[in-house]
Design a protein around this ligand. Structure first.
Ligand code: ZN
Length: 278
């Protein structure tokens, strides 16, 4: 599943590729991709609109349109955008298509059918249930050490589960949560409200650092318009992971074997020596 740095890369690439382009025609091919809009409404509202810009909030990619609507999208597990020339056929699992004036088009395909789109009035965008409860952006001033410490105190769930809750911390997924907890030397099973202030501050710093590091990596990649997020995954970033997906490999600090445990149905990776403490 894409995490914030990958979504940031996809958003920037889309902004570069489709900003100021006019959508002549849009087609919703899988009705359940946009459960709040009928295929007719989808086509009608998007017809002859210009994309002002593409930005994101959390992992939602937002197409700001010149008709006072915004197309909110989420890649979820396997959604992908592809910017294709006329001669290229739609790939398998194409669920929505946006046709532009020069016969290029933007295609959304999604092998696992979890992707999401919703057309909303731009004035009501931040009142939607998808965006309303999202925690502050990790690089905004609102995501302060104090905000983070105060939120931690409100939850007795494990730190790992807390970090993945997008209403508490925005943008972390399985990979970067593991990396940040490793750098901060905190065990993923620690109850959130038992994390000391000193450790909370340290973790806050590393959350921003791991995301920043990965976003910077994304900014160095050459983007393939026909495989936008594939540019990220093919970029070799997994070599930078310190604990994630490294079960039984030696810890980069102490050589003890990295362990894996299941938390809320998902794998957590940690060093039992470096991350002993709570
Ligand atoms: Zn270690």
């Amino acid at each position: 599943m894409p995490e914030l740095p990958e979504v940031e890369l996809v958003t920037k690439s889309l902004n570069y590729l489709v900003k100021k382009r006019k959508i002549l025609f849009a087609e919703l091919l899988r009705e359940r991709l946009a459960p709040f809009n009928s295929p007719e409404e989808f086509t009608e509202k998007l017809k002859d609109t210009i994309i002002n810009f593409v930005n994101r909030r959390g992992k939602h990619i937002l197409f700001d349109l010149d008709n006072k609507y915004t197309l909110m999208t989420h890649l979820r597990m396997s959604g992908r955008f592809m910017f294709l020339p006329f001669e290229r056929e739609n790939p398998k699992f194409t669920h929505a298509v946006f046709y532009f004036e020069d016969e290029s088009r933007l295609v959304f395909c999604d092998q696992r059918h979890f992707g999401f789109m919703r057309l909303v009035k731009t004035s009501e965008l931040y009142e939607t249930k998808e965006l309303k409860k999202l925690a502050p952006e990790p690089f905004s001033d609102k995501f302060s050490p104090k905000y983070f410490r105060d939120k931690l105190k409100t939850s007795s769930r494990s730190l790992k589960e807390f970090l993945l809750d997008q209403t508490k911390v925005c943008g972390l997924g399985n990979i970067y949560a593991a990396e940040a907890m490793f750098l901060a030397r905190i065990n993923p099973q620690t109850p959130a409200n038992k994390v000391s202030s000193v450790k909370a501050n340290r973790l806050h710093k590393f959350i921003k650092e791991v995301l920043q590091e990965s976003i910077e990596h994304g900014s160095t990649l050459n983007i393939n318009p026909e495989n936008i997020d594939g540019s990220y995954y093919g970029g070799g970033y997994e070599k930078h992971w310190r604990v994630y997906n490294r079960e039984d490999e030696p810890c980069v600090n102490c050589d003890i074997k990295i362990k894996r445990l299941k938390q809320a149905g998902r794998s957590s990776y940690y060093c039992p020596n470096c991350q002993k403490s709570r």
